[in-house]
Design a protein around this ligand. Structure first.
Ligand code: NAD
Length: 487
């Protein structure tokens, strides 16, 4: 029987579904309806230990498997993911709440990661210089690091795990994934399909749970590398704890992304992009636009158009056709968001559109309508903190320089966008903004799998980012061979 049809989820260790060694379980509701989809086990250190032992043993043979043979399994996996595209997207919508269209796009992003990882034979290549001196040569060879731990957030149940395990595994590592306990179901399907593609037992393991599993991975001496994606405080904790245990860690964290709109921009196109970036996936994206910086006299027409577009947004269950805005992930998150709206009002921001007035707000799911605040200032909590919900703040400034300085005051530096028709604005923005992923006339400048996902400041802890050649560097270690052959 498939694990996803059972109510109680199991861990996947050494190629088999095994019951977690725990008494503790959490309900996984469909955020659009409140209906329970499954119970997820909050696994223990004992479960982590079993997974590490399986992954350690599997590493002995997997790391010795020729790279083209490993790549062939990834090609097969890619085909299976394509074959199951609709099913995977449906699972994402059910457990996360985002619209089916967005979930469908997320599956594509996951598949692209597998496609990139299938290039392992090229990606794993070393470098040689045949004559560093007379009759003396040097070469660099690349090897996997061992058992890698991956800890992922709720907002991209497919794409974020796919930033990690396909590439790590293609590079010859074995992997233990701890999916978010709030969206654990899809991960089980991902591993089932990988097994079907021919992945040997023990190469990819799943241990469901929360803090204990994370701490178990962070402290385990047989896990030399950790990939983490999640909120800022947890990313900082994971980075500090992991590195203090001698591990390499990449920890991708929270965000507060600013979009600067210039007076001479194409306003209709800017509004379209900003609406999609602020309210798509209910604002639960690390690349969501959460602050608009309106420069000069663009503010009035921009706010009017944003408000009109926000009023036209369809809110509801993401499985229904033509729904744009689904629920946030949990009732507590809805209440937290409401708290931010109250705080914005108290601190003197102008509430242009109140998502608490939308009909869906009173339904069983965890809905909150598109919300817009004008006249927000950097002193306000709604400007400083990541709300991670459909709440957009607008700050008014006079010049591009002021806009860039304001954006740079944020503790975060994940993404930033500029809407303009002026090339010199673009240059000024690119050179001076303190952010790692930039967009010009585009709302969500998320890089594709072959480029690194490059957050700055408190949006990232570590040296090597996820994806692209950074990912290959992170999941491999090098040997340098220098040799003399003159006898
Ligand atoms: P989260 O930090 O609550 O959880 C992430 C993971 O950490 C989960 O697997 C969770 O079980 C675990 N975790 C949570 N608290 C922990 C603790 N105290 N000790 C040990 N482990 C703990 O994040 P989330 O709410 O699931 O995801 C949303 C966050 O992720 C947002 O801040 C978003 O910006 C960020 N995110 C960042 C990126 C990026 O690329 N920078 C991408 C996606 C999401």
């Amino acid at each position: 029987m498939s694990a996803i049809t059972t109510t109680v989820l199991r861990n996947f260790i050494n190629g088999e579904w095994v019951e977690a060694q725990t008494e503790q379980f959490q309900a996984v509701p469909n955020p659009a309806t409140g209906e329970e989809l499954a119970q997820v086990p909050i696994s223990t250190m004992a479960d982590v230990e079993s997974a590490v032992q399986a992954a350690k043993e599997a590493f002995e043979t997997w790391s010795q498997t020729p790279v083209p043979k490993r790549a062939r399994i990834l090609f097969k996996y890619q085909q299976l993911l394509v074959d199951h595209w609709d099913e995977l997207a449906k699972l994402i919508t059910q457990e996360n709440g985002k619209s089916f269209k967005e979930a469908y796009g997320e599956v594509q992003r996951g598949i692209e990661c597998v496609e990139f990882a299938a290039g392992a034979p090229t990606l794993m290549m070393g470098k040689q210089l045949p004559d560093i001196a007379t009759n003396l040569e040097s070469g660099m060879y690349r090897y996997p690091v061992g058992v890698v731990g991956g800890i992922t957030p709720f907002n991209f149940p497919m794409m974020v795990p796919c930033w990690m395990f396909p590439l790590a595994i293609a590079c010859g590592n074995t992997f233990i994934l701890k999916p978010s306990e709030r969206t654990p179901i899809l991960a089980n399907r991902l591993v089932e399909l990988f097994k079907e593609a021919g992945l040997p037992d023990g190469v990819l393991n799943i241990v469901h749970g929360a803090h204990d599993v994370v701490n178990g991975l962070l402290q385990h001496q047989d896990v030399p590398a950790i990939s983490f994606v999640g909120s800022q405080p947890v990313a900082e904790y994971v980075y500090k704890t992991g590195t203090s245990h001698g591990k390499r860690v990449q920890a991708l964290a929270g965000a507060k992304n600013h979009s600067i709109v210039m007076p001479e921009s194409d306003l209709d196109s800017a509004v379209k992009e900003i609406i999609a970036a602020a309210y798509g996936s209910a604002g639960e994206r690390c690349m969501a636009c959460s602050v608009v910086v309106a420069v000069g006299d663009v503010a009035e027409p921009l706010i009017q158009k944003l408000n009109e577009s926000a009023n036209a947004i369809s809110i509801g269950n993401g499985m229904d056709e033509n729904i744009f805005l689904g629920p946030v992930i949990r009732q507590e998150h809805k209440e937290r968001t409401t708290g931010y709206i109250e705080s914005g009002e108290k601190e003197g921001a102008v509430l242009v559109r109140d998502g608490r007035n939308d009909e869906a707000y009173r339904e069983d799911g965890y809905f909150i309508g598109p919300t817009i605040f004008d006249k927000v200032t950097p002193a306000m909590k709604i400007w400083k903190e990541e709300i991670f919900a459909p709440v957009l703040s607008i700050v008014r400034v006079k010049t591009l320089e002021e806009a860039i300085n304001l954006s740079n005051q944020s503790e975060f530096g994940n993404g930033a966008c500029l809407f303009t028709k002026n090339g010199s604005d673009v240059r000024q923005f690119r050179e001076r903004i303190q952010s790692g992923m930039l967009g010009v006339n585009i709302g969500v400048p998320a890089p594709m799998a072959f480029f690194p996902f490059s957050g700055w400041k408190n949006s990232f802890y570590g040296d090597l980012h996820a994806n692209g050649t950074d990912g290959v560097e992170f999941y491999t270690r090098r040997k340098m061979l220098t040799q003399r052959w003159d006898f």
